[in-house]
Design a protein around this ligand. Structure first.
Ligand SMILES: C[S@@+](CC[C@H](N)C(=O)[O-])C[C@H]1O[C@@H](n2cnc3c(N)ncnc32)[C@H](O)[C@@H]1O
Length: 270
């Protein structure tokens, strides 16, 4: 398995904790689990598909939302991080499924919303097959919600004047190129691919991490570094040897990076 394949698959409980923490971080940052423009307002019952669920934290959160009755189906190619079935809410069903391949015919055109979040390394062909799968699952008029880390405008920030941002600047460079053949700009292809596949893109927006969440975001970067075991990437090993301790102490000093997230909502025509 290539380093990026190992990283994508997740390693241990640190990978799970990172995704679960990211979920609560994003919920606090955006104020929602399902974007208000996903057609759920006023609906009593909603069928939802969560693609690449990993720990199913998003699926479980949306299933426990008291404002509508949800029937949530979560799909992942691996069940490594699935919670035990007896611990799931009754309205969540987990499936092992490659989301780039055909889905069982009984599921087709049965969902109101299809959700994608945080896929680290894709190319336009992966995006196209994932969008095609979503279209096949959606009822006419249903919505896709897709959220990704947007690394195009990363910048250092300090709480006081004249603080040293060298470790954070090095982190920003690493984030843009953590693995061979990684191109952080792939997220800019999501909306154009959706439009080319006949969907109406109704939201394409960027949310910047606000000051009150910078410390949490910095902690997430540190956890993400811990989630890359020694030997998986020489670049990351060297980076950690040079900067991890400085980055850890930066957190207490008020030195961080400002990260962005991209949100895309698209509707399948009636
Ligand atoms: C970084 S995790 C994101 C987890 C989740 N979406 C979240 O935001 O909490 C990416 C997940 O996508 C899954 N995945 C990647 N490619 C996939 C594929 N072709 N089919 C199904 N799952 C896939 C991985 O197994 C992993 O669990």
């Amino acid at each position: 398995m290539s380093p990026i394949e190992q990283y994508k698959a997740g390693t241990n409980f640190i990978s799970a904790a990172k995704m679960n923490y990211t979920h609560y971080f994003l919920k606090q940052l955006t104020g929602w689990t399902l974007h208000p423009n996903t057609g759920i307002q006023g609906k009593k019952s909603v069928r939802i598909a969560d693609m690449g669920s990993q720990t199913a934290v998003w699926a479980i959160d949306v299933a426990e939302d008291q404002s509508f009755e949800a029937d949530v189906h979560a799909f992942d190619i691996s069940n490594k991080f699935f919670p035990p079935t007896p611990w799931l809410p009754p309205n969540v069903t987990l499936h092992r499924q490659d989301i780039c391949s055909k889905f069982p015919s009984t599921l087709l055109e049965t969902f109101d919303v299809v959700h994608f979040r945080l896929f680290i390394m894709l190319d336009e062909e992966n995006i196209r097959s994932m969008v095609k799968s979503a279209i096949s699952l959606l009822k006419p008029g249903g919505y896709i919600q897709w959220i990704e880390h947007d690394k195009t405008g990363l910048k250092p920030i300090t709480a006081s004047k004249d603080q040293d941002t060298s470790a954070v600047e090095a982190l920003i460079e690493l984030e843009k190129n953590p693995f061979p053949n990684y191109n952080f700009r792939w997220i800019n292809s999501i909306a154009p691919v959706m439009a080319a596949e006949g969907l109406d893109v109704v939201v394409e927006e960027r949310i910047e991490t606000r000051a009150s969440l910078l410390t949490q975001m910095h902690e997430l970067h540190l956890i993400a570094l811990l989630d890359i075991p020694r030997g998986m990437s020489e670049t990351v090993d060297t980076f950690k040897a040079n900067y991890f301790d400085d980055l850890a102490s930066d957190n207490a000093k008020g030195i961080a990076s400002v990260d962005n997230f991209k949100i895309i909502i698209a509707r399948k025509p009636m």
